[in-house]
Design a protein around this ligand. Structure first.
Ligand code: EPU
Length: 428
């Protein structure tokens, strides 16, 4: 068991390079099974979600070779049974992308219901199942396993009842191999949807309209191997941008697509930060006091829900009252109790948090309740007076590459310790 120990007060300064996008990589890795061939993926983030997916690929019979720290070669010529058991699927949400990918490849998939961040309620997959059924698959769920079979997938006009990143990507994965044309309406528009479509097109798929709410897919019989570089991570970039503004720092965030960061840039500017945009970098700095802003999370191009905990945390020390409304998940404010331990003044009513700015936070032992809530605890620790200990950091390591090294290179006082090395624990 490990935890992060953060001593607050340092203003982050310097340069940080953003890694490949988690939420693109976690769909593209399963997508490699659609070709009986070799794919080379560059700009793969070094995170535990990727490790978990590579383990699933190996268990399915793929040959996986790391060519360097961020490049992986995956040979899916020979696969065994299209089955992903609970032990392999449970660490992460994205294991469910093997449903669409294996259905497209084998006409059959048995995949355990996924794990991943728990936002306090059920994370349904009804829209995924609706899409698979529309393409002609028979779907049943027994004892936590989703079983799907199909004689032949056939393109269909599918209207999603809610805008879902996962359902859009999963159904796209199966539809690329369906006979005829599939039209996905009310599709999600996140940058990772476009990246998955670009990857599939580079394998020979015919997908148009990704990034809009109508995606048209002409099914093809065969997909081939490809070489592809994954886009930079919008949320990792946003997290460092908010950390820079929150600590009154000055950070050049490199290897980003500024267009993906517009909603975050807008809120940071309104909160009193200066943001300069370059071709593939943004520089965030702040000298004056943080100002209150209201934030509502929405599907892309709205403000991303995966930046909500980090932004709420920054606003804890802004002048005035900020209102943060969560428009995607029903229960994504559980981490607020952890911030209160550090002196934050936040009232939550359902999907709305009212943040009264305080002068300062103070360090405390807190938990990373999920991936982005964990990132928020680190930002709180960097802003706070004194020492913050963040436990349950496995959540954070699911999604942030080389986090400690990157933060230390920006001047943060952070270290990772094993509970066994912890002198306080020994004294207990
Ligand atoms: N929903 C349904 N039915 C479905 C699917 C979703 O009702 O079949 C609802 C959900 O309950 C939620 C909303 O639709 O209220 C949006 O869910 P979505 O399917 O878009 O989320 P997801 O695909 O499960 C991905 C990211 C999340 C991110 C959301 C929203 C991955 C692996 N996960 O989840 O990322 O919060 O999109 O942008 O791509 C994270 O990276 O920290 C993370 C949690």
């Amino acid at each position: 068991m490990e935890k992060y120990i953060v001593t607050g007060g340092s203003r982050l300064h310097g340069k940080v390079t953003i890694s490949g996008a988690k939420n693109a990589a976690v769909a593209i890795l399963p997508a490699t099974v659609l070709a009986r061939d070799v794919c080379v993926l560059e700009n793969i983030p070094n995170i535990s979600d990727v490790t978990a997916l590579l383990n699933i690929l190996r268990a399915l019979g793929a040959r996986v070779r790391l060519l360097d720290k961020t490049t992986v070669e995956i040979d899916t010529t020979h696969l065994t049974e299209p089955v992903v058991p609970h032990e392999l699927a449970k660490p992460l949400r994205a294991s469910y992308y093997f449903l669409g990918a294996l259905l497209g490849r084998c006409g059959r998939a048995d995949v355990s219901l996924p794990g991943g961040c728990n936002f306090g309620g059920v994370r349904p997959i009804d829209q995924h199942i609706k899409g698979f059924r529309a393409l002609g698959a028979e779907v049943s769920v027994n004892y936590g396993m989703v079983h799907m079979t199909s004689e032949a997938l056939v393109g269909e006009h599918i209207y999603f009842d809610v805008v879902s990143v996962g359902a859009t990507m999963n159904v796209m994965l199966a539809a690329v191999k369906a006979r005829g044309v599939t039209i996905l309406e009310n599709a999600a528009k996140e940058p990772h949807i476009v990246d998955l479509a670009n990857f599939l097109n580079s394998m020979g798929a015919d997908i148009r309209g990704a990034g809009t709410d109508v995606i048209k897919i002409h099914g093809v019989d065969v997909l081939h191997g490809t070489e592809y570089s994954i886009i930079p991570d919008q949320i990792e970039a946003g997290t460092y941008m908010v950390a820079a503004a929150a600590t009154g720092g000055d950070v050049l965030v490199e290897n980003v697509i500024p267009k993906h960061l517009e909603s975050i840039i807008d809120k940071l500017r309104r909160a009193g930060a200066t943001v300069e945009e370059f071709d593939d970098a943004v520089r965030v700095s702040r000298t004056g006091r943080l100002q209150h802003v209201n934030v509502k999370t929405m599907p892309h191009p709205g403000f991303p829900t995966d930046m909500q905990p980090q932004m709420t945390t920054m606003l804890c020390c802004a002048e005035g009252t900020s209102i943060v409304s969560e428009g995607v998940w029903d229960n994504r404010f559980k981490y607020v109790d952890e911030l209160r331990k550090m002196g934050a003044n936040i009232q939550v009513d359902g999907k709305v948090a009212v943040v009264e700015g305080v002068e300062r936070l103070t360090g405390a032992p807190v938990k990373a309740l999920d991936l982005r809530a964990g990132a928020a605890m680190l930002i709180a620790g960097l802003m706070a007076d004194g020492i913050t200990e963040v436990e349950e950091i496995h959540h954070i390591e699911r999604g942030y590459s080389s986090l400690v090294d990157k933060l230390r290179s920006l001047g943060a006082d952070i270290r990772k310790v094993s509970y066994d090395d912890d002198p306080l624990r020994e004294a207990l």
